[in-house]
Design a protein around this ligand. Sequence first.
Ligand code: USQ
Length: 382
Amino acid sequence: MKILVLGGDGYLGWPTAMHLAERGHEVTVVDNYLRRNLARATRSEALMPTPNLHERAEIHQAHGGRPIDVVIGDCTDYRMMAALFERIRPACVVHYAEQPSAPYSMIGYDEARTTLHNNLTATFNVIWAVLEHAPSCHVVKLGTMGEYGTPNIDIEEGWIEIEHKGRKDRFLFPRAAGSLYHTTKVLDTDLLWFYVRTFGLSVTDLMQGPVYGLSTPACDRDPRLAPNFHYDDIFGTVVNRFLVQAVAGVPLTVYGKGGQTRGYLNLLDTLQCVTLAAEKPAAPGELRIFNQFTETFTVQELAERVRDAGAAVGLDVKIDHVENPRKEAEDHYYNPVHKGLVELGLTPHPMTREVLVDMLERVLRHRDRIDERKIHPRVRWR
Ligand code: USQ
């Protein structure tokens, strides 16, 4: 298939592009380096430096990887997007091209506006580029489990049937996001749903939990092919942050009570899920929603797992409870359904002690590059 990976320079975008190319697809990555620039502007650079996209594609090919086409462009620019879709006429577009950080979106007006504008406009442009230039193209959109919040009922896979005054209907599951970033994903879903039901688009919305990991078969061929691994308070996700904190000897920063439960997945499983969705598309006129995670843990449990894995590599890991910079429930019910991707063929890679030890060993190789000033929360939800 011809596949466009929008946001192909990102933590997930780049490993996805290599993986899809390895499976024989004709992959074009698109990125305008927004995340790199925002990370530089907020002093949140990744642990290992990563070459630019053209260089990454060349290195990937030099190691025998199938070619990946690179387009440096801004998905909020409709002329660029229209020309791209007209030229390539993709069968599938994987849309990661969003400002991905909840804390970044909560810094202030400018950052909130950048997030709202970038995320909504990019999604709107994907929809219109498909409608006008590739109407049968399947859209694989990265959403987030954070769209649902933490309701006091089981979270269904995207949809819920409601009986009201003796009548029944099926609705999008209620959303209650906890940051402006997560709210843009709610708005994305609504936008897609409108165009699906009105114009018959084919869309898969993947409601993903926090991802961890820094290794995939293609990334491991050369250190320069590694994903951009963030451990700062703005772009780093919690598991990756805890691993770096363990290596740096900084007590793990559990926010508040640590009873916040989320659904996590290994980077390898993100690749599986996105590939399964791309290769087994939604039907025309279908908004198919999957909850994309493999296991749920509280933040406290995560910290304890990292502490135990640390002991196996000689690290004396301490756990701290810092004041929660976010507004979120710290002790709540959480039971989301996650069957759809398993039914499609997902084989989960659970977070075993071996997996954590392997990641710690990889982070240990870059110990000298850890900048402790990036670890403690700098952004508060107020
Ligand atoms: N947390 C800590 N200590 C830390 C960092 C985070 O206790 O040092 C807590 C947070 O308060 C939160 C949980 O860990 O309760 C997850 O935080 P996170 O920073 O790993 O994840 P989040 O900000 O929600 O966002 C990340 C990705 C985002 C994706 C989302 C999935 O950055 O793109 O959409 O995970 S989810 O969390 O399910 O919404």
